[in-house]
Design a protein around this ligand. Structure first.
Ligand code: ZN
Length: 387
């Protein structure tokens, strides 16, 4: 009577399901998918994405706000980097963690409900009801959220350490440096570098003859109300760094004036512009994380519903196959486009990973901005016998 539990898909609590972060080759940050081109799973993920982005932003912003400026300045004055980092890592983020966890749960449930309706529509006599409170799923969810949050905290710690060690700070006393460090909490090393370069550029802005790439006084590029960026070859938003598109455009008048009069920007002006830039970068980072995680967890929900259907005997594992559905705007993606051709026509068996140009993978996404989804179905044995 006992159905085997397919551990292959279930990382132990705290363990990661995440694919290794790899250089993206097909980034479509500047392109918003048309709704009618999306798979059902993509739609579910897209709907949850803004909510998840807000929750991540809240988490990162809370991490920042929770650090006591004076304590941070004291730790900096003592020269103890370990103490500085522990202040940041141990900051109390309160309910922000739970909010992230809750939305991830919603995504998994959304994917599972979709799969359940497909199972009931296609598998004769299945009458499958997905159990949201399945203990295995609940413990997976807990572990997944925890490891995701821990990863974000670890990255933050790493980038603050880099900032301190590489002397990316410009303040002349501990309180000033503390303020700079505090503002940078939540950003990656690369993003922090962009912020400190931005500050340097502002300090000499009045010496410029022009700032053509900045498009001063221009408009923010938006799609559906959201700011979009042209990505560079490695997928980072090129113009966010090179053209400072993440700056607060409301300060453009001050920049133009500094250039026109040759009078340097005041320290207060620079601090305000840098703070606004950091804030927008934090929001941008939250959106990037949310985009990947919303899709990953929705896909996981689809997968988990099928697992439950197998475990409860509603479908027959040996007849289930999984197909990798390449998102419409990824048809030219060098990572994902070849995947369907690399795998059996009727799909891979339930417990087997897909072959991909990046090695075996269980569930998409496999690169930032990957929008691929899963489709599972149960075949008749004779259909499978004929290849
Ligand atoms: Zn993809």
């Amino acid at each position: 009577m006992a159905h085997p539990i397919h551990r292959l898909f279930i990382p132990a609590p705290g363990q990661k399901l995440r694919q290794p972060q790899i250089a993206p080759e097909c980034v479509s940050v500047s392109k918003a998918s048309r709704r009618e081109d999306m798979t059902e799973a993509e739609k579910i993920a897209a709907k949850l994405e803004p909510k998840l982005a807000r929750a991540f932003f809240k988490l990162l912003a809370t991490m920042q706000e929770a650090v006591d400026l004076q304590a941070l300045a004291d730790a900096l004055a003592s020269g103890d980097i370990g103490k500085v980092l522990s202040l940041i890592v141990n900051a109390d983020t309160g309910m922000a963690d739970e909010e992230v966890e809750q939305i991830i749960q919603e995504a998994v449930w959304g994917g599972a409900a979709l799969a359940a309706s497909q199972i009931n529509a296609r598998v004769t006599g299945a009458y499958f009801a997905f159990d949201r409170l399945n203990p295995r799923l609940i413990s997976w969810l807990k572990g997944y959220s925890l490891s995701l949050i821990r990863q974000i905290t670890d990255e933050t710690k790493e980038s603050i350490r880099d900032k301190l060690i590489s002397g990316m700070t410009s303040g002349s006393n501990p309180v000033e440096v503390a303020r700079e460090i505090k503002g940078a909490i939540g950003l990656t090393t690369r993003q922090q570098k962009a912020v400190s370069n931005f500050r340097k550029e502002l300090q000499t802005f009045h010496e410029r003859k022009g700032a053509k790439a900045w498009n001063l006084g221009g408009k923010i590029d938006r799609v559906n109300g959201r700011q979009v960026f042209k990505p560079g070859a490695d997928g980072t938003p090129k113009d966010a760094v090179d053209e400072r598109r993440l700056r607060d455009f409301r300060f453009d008048g001050q920049l133009q004036r500094a250039m026109g009069t040759g009078k340097p920007l005041s320290k207060e002006q620079i601090d305000r512009m840098v703070a606004a830039y950091e804030r927008k970068y934090l929001r941008y980072r939250s959106e990037v994380i949310a985009r990947t995680e919303a899709l990953r967890t929705t896909n996981y929900g689809v997968q988990d519903a099928w697992r439950q259907a197998i475990e409860t005997g509603k479908v027959v594992e040996s007849q289930v196959r999984r197909m990798w559905i390449v998102a419409k705007d990824e048809r030219l993606c060098s990572v994902c486009a070849p995947i369907p051709g690399m795998n059996p026509k009727r799909g891979v068996p339930f417990g087997k990973p897909f072959s991909t140009p990046r090695g075996p993978a269980m569930v998409p996404p496999i690169h930032p901005n990957c929008r691929c989804t899963l489709f599972l179905r149960q075949w008749e044995p004779e259909q499978l016998a004929n290849g």
